[in-house]
Write a protein that binds this ligand. Sequence first.
Ligand code: FE2
Ligand code: FE2
Length: 318
Amino acid sequence: MATEVLHQTDQGEAERRAAFFAHIAAGGKVEATDWMPDDYRRQVLKFVEMHANSELMGVLPEREWILRAPTLKRKLALTAKVQDEVGHAQLLYRVAEDLGKSREEMWRDLLAGKTKFHNVFHYPTETWGDVGIIAWLIDAAAIVAQQALRGSSYGPYARTMQKICWEESVHIMHGRDIVLTLVNGTPKQRAMVQDALDRWWAPIMQMHGFRTPPEKDKDLAWRIKAKSNEELRQEFLAIYVPRILEIGLTIPDPELRYDEEAKRWRYTEPDWDELTRVVTGHGPKSAERLQFRQIHYADTAWVRDVILGEGPGALAAD
Ligand SMILES: [Fe+2]
Ligand SMILES: [Fe+2]
């Protein structure tokens, strides 16, 4: 009897899973309060948490330039962008929290180097040219991925992406304006932005990730994301290579060309070992940026104590 009940329960569970995956395969959405298999929940959480971490860590390379921005207008625009990115992190941590991991835990894992953030935020921002290239091309590479995420099977994530994408499109305009000003400036300014592009091109080409075959990509199979890494890279190249060349910049890849027959962009194979090294915390700025966050987290503990009403700094209830 017991075996029979167990068998029936197992079968019920299997059917429930099958119905769930059929629902998402057919384009259905999943809400935070819906039943979902544990592996789906874990996978969405991991994906959204990494995205949230990336928005948060992504402000550090730009933040360094707020005080050095060349004009008041640039300073205001860069400050607004940094605020937007922190806001994106807030929205995404909320989405992730609903999946069962507390914000505190996500912070601890990020600060301990246990969870990841995007490769591009592990590199230094050496000149004002870098600020333009980051806001123009890194935000562009990100928006290609984020626009596709509006079709995510996880409803709260898909909806959050709509607001984020709108703001990202403004970041791209801000970045393009900086780059255009530099390319139309003095030879030194032009050289500065070309140098920035030369240094950022490799990380940008790695940014969408490995060419994982779609059938082996769980995020894709479960429609947590709607397009494969290579599809996103191809889309980015199709839109931005002409725009980069149009303003007279040179792309530092002699192999880069559109293959008419194969209907795809060909490029020098990105250094995937570098990508692995960098996202596992061994990039040129990984340690320094995490350390900055650790110091900042300790420095602001009293604010959390007071606001959350916990710990020694809490205000008395009366
Ligand atoms: Fe963002
Ligand atoms: Fe952005």
